[in-house]
Design a protein around this ligand. Structure first.
Ligand code: SR1
Ligand code: MG
Length: 405
């Protein structure tokens, strides 16, 4: 749909958002006068409106970028271009995994708006996990999502001219800077964006004074800054995934950009590992805890196995790389990607524990001493993963490390 709705940017509200919706050919004419609108955004950055015709139950989502980071306020200005990146990334992902992303109905660069499929019958995965639910299709879906979006955006498949066009199109400097700072820098130094209880100071000091650890983080940070390998989602934590019993939808790719191949799956794994730790406090009964923790480890293993199997199949059938059939080339790529993913996962675990943006998994643990105990465990696990990237050679060794945390 191409309609110019407003000549200049303005933040929408529950009334003005209807002007966007009415310009689209989505709801029946008769429903337009009594649509139900609610702002439901609970993320760090954007406005999200749910708009429903309650008679027919037909609904859609209007997501609008604000010119600043909502989590901090107007003192942290942020590009509106992220709305373009998000809608173009959703469309690009839909070329290879249409069943795993919300449908985009309309986007408007001036208003920084994406209108998309309503997924109210799904639940945010982080919440589902905290409440003790498990999702049988998740591992295969995330393995497929990460493998297909990786392969089809890479130099192993695209013509180099096309690949470089895509790198330009998904240049996302401001959102990358957030990750460079919040994931790879601030938590490893005494920075004012960090946020942790005073009782963790001695564990935090250990991180800040661990030269071996800092050396490894600097390499991971440099990879993130410089390796334009594949089109990443860029923020694939469990708050960016909607689920129901047998359906998975990856949302929110406003951090999309060309980066190192292990980054997305690393974030998925790290957030499952954080939930694994938190289940020691959240699970109601020991039996529930054991079964959800086993499920989480199996999901980590199966998502990685699906990633490698799917990527390998695409490589064998479709690679245009002149070295694709040389023994060891694919294996080297996958091994390097795996080891770097372990390091990225370690950084994500540490930053979600002591950095600016936390995870509810750990933060909602009711008893303070228990929360501190598992936050210490998270910091130890994150540090160990970063320092042992090259000692962990396969996915079950990784899940053993998480089990032993
Ligand atoms: C200021 S934004 C903080 C975090 O929220 C997003 O989901 C990203 O993870 C970012 O690092
Ligand atoms: Mg987000």
């Amino acid at each position: 749909m191409s309609v110019q709705i407003k000549p200049t940017y303005e933040p929408l509200n529950e009334v003005t958002v209807l002007e966007v919706v009415k310009a689209l050919d989505f709801f029946e004419e008769a429903a337009l006068s009594h649509l139900h609108v609610k702002e439901i955004g609970d993320g760090n950055l954007n406005l999200v409106f749910h708009i429903e015709d309650q008679a027919s139950k037909k609904a859609l989502i209007v997501k609008q970028a604000l010119p600043y980071a909502k989590v901090v306020g107007e003192s942290w200005p942020l590009t509106l271009d992220r709305a373009r990146i998000e809608s173009e990334a959703l469309l690009k992902e839909a070329e290879s995994v249409p069943h795993l992303v919300p449908k985009v109905y309309y986007s408007d660069r001036t208003l920084a708006v994406t209108v998309m499929e309503d997924l109210s019958d799904h639940l945010i995965l982080r919440k589902g996990f905290i409440d003790g639910h498990t999702y049988p299709a998740l591992a295969e879906d995330i393995g497929t999502f990460t493998a297909k979006t990786a392969f089809y955006s890479s130099d192993f498949y695209l013509h180099p001219f096309e690949k470089k066009e895509q790198v330009k199109r998904f240049s996302n400097p401001e959102l990358c800077k957030i990750t460079e700072d919040l994931v790879f820098t601030d938590p490893f130094f005494n920075h004012d964006t960090n946020d942790y209880p005073a009782e963790l100071q001695s564990e935090v000091d250990k991180i800040w004074n661990d030269t071996e650890l800092l050396r490894e983080v600097s390499k991971l940070r440099f990879s993130f800054l410089s390796k334009a390998e594949i089109l990443l989602h860029g923020d694939l934590h469990t708050g960016s995934i909607f689920v129901k019993e047998n359906s998975t939808k990856v949302i929110d790719p406003e951090f999309a950009f060309y980066g190192p191949a292990g980054f997305d799956i690393a974030h998925f794994i790290a957030n499952l590992a954080l939930n694994y730790l938190s289940q020691n406090a959240h699970a109601k009964e020991p039996f529930n805890r054991e079964s959800i923790q086993l499920y989480l480890l199996q999901t980590i293993e199966k998502s990685w196995d699906t990633f490698t199997e799917t990527f390998t199949q695409l490589w064998n059938e479709k690679s245009t790389d002149p070295y694709a059939h040389v023994d060891g080339v694919l294996e080297n790529f996958l091994q390097k990607t795996f080891q770097q993913a372990i390091g990225f996962a370690g950084c994500e675990i540490i930053r979600r524990t002591i950095g600016l943006a936390h995870v509810a998994d750990l933060d909602t643990i009711q008893q303070k001493d228990v929360e501190l105990f598992y936050k210490k465990k998270a910091l130890e696990l994150g540090s160990k993963l970063i320092k042992n990237q090259r000692n962990i050679t396969n996915i079950t060794e990784l899940t053993d490390w998480i089990r032993g945390a």
